[in-house]
Ligand binder design. Structure first.
Ligand code: ADE
Length: 218
């Protein structure tokens, strides 16, 4: 799976993408990341990428020309790739979206666009395939939102979890249901709190039943 990231701040990514599972996924060849620096497509000698909003208002918006030129370069690199824009105006991103993107990743790459400042000129959305909101709060840019989506997709790629069944277990879960049950490891007792007996019982059917009853939010 090829993932291209269009950003003004490529230096934000390696700490997250080059650690732990995401590093392992790259090492195995399951995913390959590359960056397009939006500044390279800026206009004029100052490489301008932003401007003030028509109609007034706070802050600056990303201009359409540099952003669309960067998207077109990414599409030229990978013509069938899906272009994703994180935005508070998008559809709320769910586990089912992560699964669908991981499934299509077998044949299609992904291009993640990172807006900055107060947003982007709406005309760029003609060049976008999916718009996602990762929660009802506002971030300073799209980088963190994209890292979250990338993490949720890459961990579902075949082989990335290496022998674990977590991704399979989740495949039976629906959106909006809690997808995790509480888990415990040694010691059996920590500061007076014991591991639930059922988990020590070795009785797999009972353990499964207990885990199902516990899959709700606290
Ligand atoms: N950009 C800023 N806030 C965002 C959010 N909540 N989701 C997606 N993109 C964003």
């Amino acid at each position: 799976m090829k993932i291209q990231i269009i950003t003004l701040f490529p230096e934000m990514f390696p700490g997250v993408l080059n650690a732990s599972m995401l590093w392992k996924a790259q090492d195995q060849g399951a995913v390959e990341f590359s960056y397009i620096n939006l500044r390279d497509y800026g206009l004029g000698p100052r490489k301008q990428v932003d401007d003030t909003p028509y109609g007034g208002g706070d802050g600056m918006l990303l201009k359409p020309e540099p952003l669309v030129a960067a998207i077109e370069q990414a599409k030229q690199n990978d013509p069938s790739a899906i272009v994703i824009l994180p935005t508070p105006r998008g559809k709320v991103y769910k586990q089912s979206d992560a699964k669908a993107l991981a499934a299509s990743a077998q044949t299609q790459g992904l291009i993640f666009v990172c807006p900055r400042y107060e947003g982007y000129d709406e005309r760029v959305t003609a060049y976008i395939d999916r718009q996602y909101c990762i929660g009802n709060y506002v971030l300073t840019g799209g980088e963190l939102a994209n890292m979250i989506m990338i993490d949720s997709i890459v961990r579902l790629l075949p082989g990335v979890l290496g022998g674990e069944t977590s991704a399979e277990i989740e495949s039976f879960q629906e959106d909006d249901q809690n997808i995790e049950f509480p888990q415990y490891t040694r010691p059996e007792e920590f500061r007076g709190v014991k591991v639930p007996n059922v988990l020590l019982s070795g009785h797999h059917a009972e353990i499964e039943k207990w885990r199902r009853t516990q899959s709700h939010r606290p």
